[in-house]
Ligand binder design. Sequence first.
Ligand code: CCH
Length: 385
Amino acid sequence: MSFSALRAPLRNARVANPLKRVSPFPKAQFRASFARNYSTPPPAGEAAKSSSTGLYLGLGGAAAAGLAYFFFATDSGKETGTSVKSGVQSAKVAANFVPTKEDYIKVYNKIAQVIDDAGEYDDGSYGPVLVRLAWHASGTYDKDSKTGGSNYATMRFEPESLHGANAGLKVARDLMGQVKQEFPWISYGDLWTLAGVAAIQEMAGPHIPWRPGRIDGFAAQATPDGRLPDATQGADHLRNIFYRMGFNDQEIVALSGAHALGRCHRDRSGFEGPWTFSPTTVTNDYFKLLFNESWVWKKWDGPKQLEDKKTKSLMMLPTDYVLVQDRSFKKYAKQYAESQDLWFKDFSSAVSRLFELGVPTSQWVSSEPWIMPTVEEQEASKEKK
Ligand code: CCH
């Protein structure tokens, strides 16, 4: 497949100056001032609810493949009982229903609608927080023990939902809970990763090859705290974390470019602010800004982070900044700053792999990942017919 086919078209014209980009979403126009410290207060009882709502034993693509249910792995009698009941409900749905790619496209479209329907939330889009959900669900993978990853969607359960790194993700899990009600046959792991794919593609990023097959598991399959990166650390830590998942230096840098999107929230991670001026559009601005701006340590009462000297409105985490300090990382960061096409290509394949971590090959419903068409591409193809 040629790379141009991988790349989702931009919805709207962009302004050449990266510091003055126009967001493709009218609603998501970036706020000119950063007067608000954070946009969305933390929901009460973060994660407490999701851990009980998440017991539904989704089957998704795995059901389509005729895989067995995971009735045996259990934490408590209550959980087993609820899961078996949910499993029976799923089985009823699944008995007469084998989802096709068209069905997954319907879920994709619903997610795209939810992303855009964000009102005053952050920069007018739920896209970035959904990308973070998909990444945190997948990034717990350990290649040696073959534990963690996106297969069992264990972030539905405590204590994983309460791990410090997952603060704020209840927003995203609750949103996907709504989508799940409309499409009860999809597994949470498939739903969350498909949401990450839809968010990247609908925010003008590259296509991310994706396929269904994840199954929902139990709290017992959750991974211990500490598997996701700590933003206060350096290059060695990044390597330890990402090598454990099976990624190399180039892929670490490519994946980090996701910080073109979204922002840090004081009440979630303790850090504050966006990385780029267009946090709802996938661009290589993150890399450009790392090289083109002067970054200085922010003087404040929060954790150590950098700010751009010129506008003091953008931020970089210590782990972002090591990408231009470490020699090996810097080489790739420079290439991505110089070519958005190259970054799109590498980002697409690294994210696709990330979202598949921890899923046994036998579970996939198709031998090759699918390209899910964007909403715009679907409309264009309808018009042609
Ligand atoms: Fe990240 N990320 N991330 N990140 N991240 C944060 C937010 C987002 C680290 C730390 C943070 C990836 C890698 C890393 C997103 C995607 C990816 C925040 C702020 C911290 C801290 C959370 C808050 O306060 O809301 C560290 C350290 C690493 C090390 O590599 C990778 C990889 C990806 C995806 C491929 C996205 C998107 C956000 C924005 C979320 C939002 O709500 O706006």
